[in-house]
Design a protein around this ligand. Structure first.
Ligand code: HEC
Length: 91
């Protein structure tokens, strides 16, 4: 009887830590909101082609390009803004 009770608590504890782990991984996903534009550019814009050099296009061209590539890379508005800011600053 006692052994059964202990294993019940063990199962509860395992679920508790599993839930903690899931919550923790969710919160680290949100951390991408805190990433600077250069990091977002490096992580996302190389997935399909070589990361284009910021110097390759003008500010106006980058604004149009990122409107298209934002959809492809599924970036949020905030992330896109930061990538554009970085590209304009570095060209
Ligand atoms: C899901 C795939 C994908 C991702 C992610 C992606 N691109 Fe692209 N990109 C493409 C494809 C496909 C083309 C060529 C066709 C087109 O222009 O639509 C392209 C073309 C381009 C071009 C034009 C190249 C040229 O010489 O004309 C630029 C510049 C560019 N991407 C920049 C970016 C930037 C900046 C990012 C990150 C925000 C990005 N891409 C993310 C798929 C992607």
């Amino acid at each position: 009887m006692k052994l059964k009770r202990i294993s019940k608590y063990t199962i509860v504890a395992i679920f508790f830590f599993a839930a903690l782990f899931v919550l923790e991984s969710c919160s680290s996903k949100n951390a991408s909101a805190a990433k600077p534009g250069a990091v977002l550019w490096g992580e996302n814009c190389i997935r399909c082609h070589n990361a284009p050099s910021p110097a390759a296009f003008s500010d106006e061209q980058w604004e149009t390009i990122t409107l298209h590539m934002r959809v492809r890379a599924s970036l949020t508005a905030n992330e896109t803004e930061k990538v554009v800011e970085f590209l304009k600053m570095a060209n």
